[in-house]
Design a protein. Sequence first.
Length: 159
Amino acid sequence: MIKVTIIALGKIKEKHFASACEEYIKRLKGYCSLEIVEIEPIRLSEKASQTEIEKALSKEAQLISSKIPVGSTVFAMCVEGKPLSSEAFAQKIKDCCDMGKSITFIIGSSYGLSKTVKSAADVKMSVSEMTFPHRLFRVMLLEQIYRGFKINEGSKYHK
């Protein structure tokens, strides 16, 4: 069974988001070994300068890098990444499964991800040009991972 890790900056506190995540976590148990690693984002002042933001992203990058499983295929979730259809995303999951590689998805803080994290990733992926709250995005990512596994098994879920 493939290992899937989601490294996310921040915690989900709202019950409705946590409940939705739990539903997809439960559904994914038959397809992968899932681990969600939550990292506390570096706190910044309300009117943080670009220099402060860059320093915070650099510190977060160090924390993120220390949590990536060795040999994992890394997906940096970022706005400048390539958008994929659900079918193309499912194919990437299948490719990793076929190679026996684990998968790591990285969701950054409200300031995104450092250039270091993005350049080290195997895949830079975007789901939309729109901006979503990180808590909602985690639900969306879990659903798409589940959808990918269902597509790969030929299920009607995707229809």
